[in-house]
Design a protein around this ligand. Structure first.
Ligand code: IPE
Ligand code: IPE
Ligand code: MG
Length: 239
């Protein structure tokens, strides 16, 4: 009998949810939960190479998260800035390649500058490919992609009859990334909340009750290892 290869997920995407509830349960402001959550990102990123995970994509802020109080939004934006500044050295040292997906237009110019700088500093790296979804929404991404595609057709740069799934995918923010094999959502909510709508068409989903600040590398490793037991069919019937 041939050995069945243990195939782990190459690309894991995470909806990091539950920071607010984690803080509230401790009688602390929601931002305290976001700070605790930010620390987890580094720990999870660190174990990815050991688990064979080459791409890690994390949902940090959605296009709908602007609906929160001005206090929380401002706190998150300054947390993102501080986080990029404090993590840059470590990410470069590890050979990570960082990308941001989402619409930058509405973001603070200072933050956008830091994002671009980190992307440029790491663009030649081929360690962990870390993608941060910031002001990201799957529908918003599709709208922005459609507009660019339409402009290219109007300008004669693209023949509309040649547009296929690959063309469409190339216009998304994730144009040069593989689709996620596994999407994890923490905090017990079983919904997508506008994350990677196109890209996760055939992803496996794992919903865990753990709140994001409690999500340890051990829990992550367990989920990644269990992935190998799943049978992915992609619409076909097993031979
Ligand atoms: C996820 O945690 C982080 C962001 C959406 C920015 P939440 O802030 O959504 O935490 P809960 O869901 O309110 O507990
Ligand atoms: C999704 O979580 C967005 C992020 C994790 C950044 P939300 O907490 O915003 O999603 P809903 O509102 O519960 O659907
Ligand atoms: Mg939430």
């Amino acid at each position: 009998m041939k050995d069945t290869p243990i195939t782990g997920p190459e690309h894991v995407a995470i909806i990091m949810d539950g920071n607010g509830r984690w803080a509230t349960a401790r009688g602390r402001p929601r931002l305290f939960g976001h700070q605790a959550g930010a620390k987890r990102v580094r720990q999870i990123a660190e174990v990815c190479p050991k688990l064979g995970v080459k791409y890690l994509t994390v949902f940090a802020f959605s296009t709908e998260n602007w609906k929160r109080t001005q206090d929380e939004v401002a706190g998150l934006m300054s947390l993102f800035k501080r986080y990029i500044q404090s993590e840059t050295r470590e990410l470069i040292a590890r050979g990570a390649r960082v990308r941001f997906i989402g619409d930058r237009v509405r973001l603070d110019p200072g933050l956008v500058e830091l994002m671009g700088q980190l992307e440029r500093l790491t663009e030649g790296n081929d360690g962990l490919h870390l993608t941060v979804a910031l002001n990201y929404g799957g529908r918003d991404e599709l709208v922005r992609a459609s507009k660019r595609l339409a402009r290219d057709v109007a300008a004669g740069r693209l023949d509309v009859d040649t547009v296929d799934e690959e063309t469409q995918a190339s216009y998304l923010d994730t144009g040069d990334l593989p689709d996620p094999d596994l999407v994890i959502r923490t905090s017990g909510e079983a919904r997508i909340s506008n994350f990677l709508l196109w890209q996760s068409a055939y992803s496996e989903y794992e919903f865990v009750d753990t709140l994001w600040p409690d999500f340890t590398p051990e829990i992550f490793a367990g989920i990644v290892r269990n992935f190998a037991a799943r049978e992915r069919r992609f619409g076909a019937v097993k031979a």
